[in-house]
Structures are given as C-alpha cells and as structure tokens.
Design a protein around this ligand. Structure first.
Ligand SMILES: *Cc1c(COP(=O)(O)O)cnc(C)c1O
Length: 395
C-alpha cells in the first residue's frame, strides 16, 4: 500500500545528509566539550561552529546570542518565564500574547498568571492573523513582554512579525516569537525584524528531535534557566547535546538554502489540494488562504468527526492530524480553531495535512482520490450529517 507522511508540522524525518554530519559525534568524537584534551576540544569546536552557523542564518549579530536548548518547548518556557521573572522586580507584570499560541506558550502564560502576572490574549480573527493595531493598543507601562508566534502550527497562518517588532521596539517592550513552525520556511532576520528572543527546534525542519535553540539579543537578560556548570554562558547548564547541535545547524542550513525552490513547489501542491478538496460540499479552509505556510492545509468537513477521518486516512496509508499532536487524544476541539471563530461541531471535523520536501504531486493525487470517498462514507453513517441535510431540505 502507498504510504504518505503528511504530518510534517508535528515532526519531520531526519535528513540522511544531517545524520551523516551527526554520526562522528555519536561515535568517535565523544569527548566532553568542556574538557581540554583533543576529543573534547574537537567536540567544542563542532558546537561553536554550529552556534556561529545558526547565528548567521537568522541574522544575529553574534554567535553569543544563540543558546542551545532541548527544543522549542524549553526555549519558549525560558524566554517567557525567564524574562517575566527578571522584569517583575522592575514593576513589570503584564504579558501580551495571542489566543492561538502553541501550548508551550499558552500554558507558560497560565503558569505565570498563578504567580500574579496579568496576561492579555489577543484575538486572531477569522483569518488567523493578529492585528498590529491590537498589539499597539494592548501595550501599557507595566508590559514586560510581547510573545506572538511567527506561524501557527495548526493552520499555518503567518503573523506580521516585522510590524509587531517595530511597535515593540518603539515602546521599549521585549519581543519574543515562537518561530518553530516558520523557521526554514520563511525569510527570518532577527536584526531587521526587531526580534529580541526567538525559539526554534530541529525536528520541524528535518533535524534531530530533542535539540533546539533560543536566540537572546545581547543585553536582554532573562533569568538563568538551569544552574550548574558554565555551559551556554552559565545560563543553561548541562553537558551539550553535541550531535544534536551539529544536526540542528546542518538541518537549518539545508532548509534555508533550499527554501525558495521548495516553497514554490509546495505552494502549488497546497493550492491544488485545497482547490480539489473544496469541491466536497460543506467544506472550508481554516485560516487565510494565501498568507500561510507553503506546506499547510487545514480544512473542515461538516457532519463528520475529525478522529474518524484520521483513522480512515491511516487505513489508506495517509498520516494526517486533526491539529496539534499535543492535543490529539483529548476530545475538546482545538483551541486554534475555536480562536478563529469556528463553532464546536464544525471544529470537530477538522483535518491538517502538512507537507515537506519529501512530498510529491503524486501524494496530492492520491489524497484527492481518497479523502472525498472517506468523507462521503463517514457522512452516510453520521446522524449529524442527516440533520444538516434535513435542515437544508426545510430551508
Ligand atoms: C512543535 C512546536 C513547539 C514545541 O517544540 P518541541 O521541540 O517539540 O518542544 C513549540 N511551538 C510550536 C509552534 C511548535 O510547532
């Protein structure tokens, strides 16, 4: 049977080229980067080369502004908790974020509410895009931090990061962005875009899992994350994940150097797939149709359960998602779909497909062949669909 992996927003396959670069650090070069003898020094050199590479790829001024973490969730936690706790002593206790952030940001903000912080959750409207005006209007004297994601992980919508960065700079407020989904897919430059802190993770762009980074602009001082040794300029202690760090930098370089060609190809595939699936009656696209990640397709089909659709897709060899990997398994509809105004019963019937380099036009053909048949089959058994049709007849 055909197998199609279309859940690249959850995680991606490790690139063989990246693995090849990592291999020496998983085998022969096992030294501790903090040691002075040769295999330690060699590991240290690999870590520092990776740091310099990442700094240059995101437009940072200095490699010292890159701090390695265990991934996106850790980077988000550090940026937000670390910055807010550091600024609390200066009378700043207000955070601005959006309603549809990843849980690594939303639950962090909830945790800070318990510590006495006030959080403004900005609306993202029907198109899934934060309004710059709303950010501007929400800033007050007590605002410690604005944290707005670069691109949404469920519906792929891209936020006006440069404009938000400019507003924050003008108002002397620290600006953090969770760029986990955008990294490698969108042109990002922390200097040009006035970004003070930025989270990224390797496994969303064909790098290894369990390794990410937080960019922290020079002069921005969130509280220390892990006390211990002197690693990461004494701000995040612990022996470095050397192979992971090497893989992270390699994967990012690969993603950025192939971005233009890939985006053109994926945008074409995405739009053909959306056009084809929109022929299914009572279907809709979630989030702005064009201002979204090239590989992201998120749609609802009325009258069916997203979970049943995913099971049937899996039986047909297609790996898809109903939204966030972290929320599947709980039966509440996605907070992202609710934030763009979908009613509960429609938000339940959602499907996210996310493509990467590895997907092809043939995948689109196959999905276009399977999904309409499965949706039709599920609707035949759905009391909800029967009700919708009944209402149609009566109106
Ligand atoms: C995947 C993801 C994260 C979490 O990254 P991990 O490396 O899995 O911790 C955070 N934010 C967004 C937007 C994501 O898509």
């Amino acid at each position: 049977m055909r197998k199609i992996y279309a859940d690249n927003a959850a995680t991606t396959a490790l690139s063989p080229k990246v693995l090849e670069k990592m291999m020496p650090y998983l085998t022969t070069v096992y030294g501790n980067p903090s040691s002075l003898y040769e295999i330690g020094a060699e590991a240290k050199k690999a870590v520092e080369n990776a740091r310099a590479k990442i700094a240059s790829l995101i437009g940072a001024k200095s490699p010292n502004e890159i701090y390695f973490t265990s991934g996106g969730s850790e980077a988000d936690n550090w940026a937000i908790k670390g910055m807010c706790r550091a600024l609390k002593q200066k009378g700043k206790n207000h955070i601005i974020t959006s309603k549809f952030e990843h849980h690594a940001v939303l639950h962090t903000c909830k945790a800070l509410e318990k510590e006495g912080f006030e959080v403004t959750y900005l609306d993202v409207y029907e198109n899934g895009i934060v309004k710059v005006e709303d950010v501007k209007n929400a800033i007050k004297d007590t605002t410690a931090l604005v944290t707005i994601m670069y691109a949404n992980n469920e519906i792929g919508t891209i936020q006006p990061i440069s404009q938000i960065g400019a507003i924050c700079r003008e108002n002397r407020v620290i600006f953090h962005t969770d760029a986990v989904q955008a990294m490698g897919n969108v042109h990002i430059n922390v200097e040009e875009q006035n970004i003070d802190m930025l989270s990224l993770t390797g496994h969303k762009f064909h790098g290894p899992k369990g390794c990410g980074a937080l960019y922290i602009r020079r002069g921005v001082r969130p509280d220390v994350l892990i006390d211990g040794g002197a690693q990461e300029r004494t701000r995040r202690a612990g022996t470095e994940n050397v192979a992971g760090i090497v893989g992270l930098a390699e994967a990012l370089e690969l993603a950025i150097s192939t971005m233009e060609e890939r985006n053109a190809r994926l945008t074409k595939m995405r739009d053909r797939l959306i056009d084809g699936l929109l022929k299914i009656e009572r279907s809709r696209v979630n989030g702005d149709r064009t201002n979204r990640l090239p590989g992201n397709i998120n749609m609802c089909f009325e009258g069916i359960e997203g979970e049943s659709l995913l099971l049937r897709l899996d039986m047909a060899g297609i790996s898809a998602s109903s939204g966030s990997a972290c929320t599947s398994g709980d039966l509440d509809p996605s907070h992202v779909l609710l934030s763009i105004g979908l009613p509960h019963e429609i938000a339940h019937g959602s499907m996210r497909l996310s493509f990467s380099d590895d997907n092809t036009e043939e995948d689109v053909d196959y999905i276009l062949e399977k999904v309409p048949v499965i949706v039709d089959y599920l609707r035949q058994m759905s009391p909800l669909w029967e009700k919708i049709k009944e209402e149609e007849r009566n109106s």
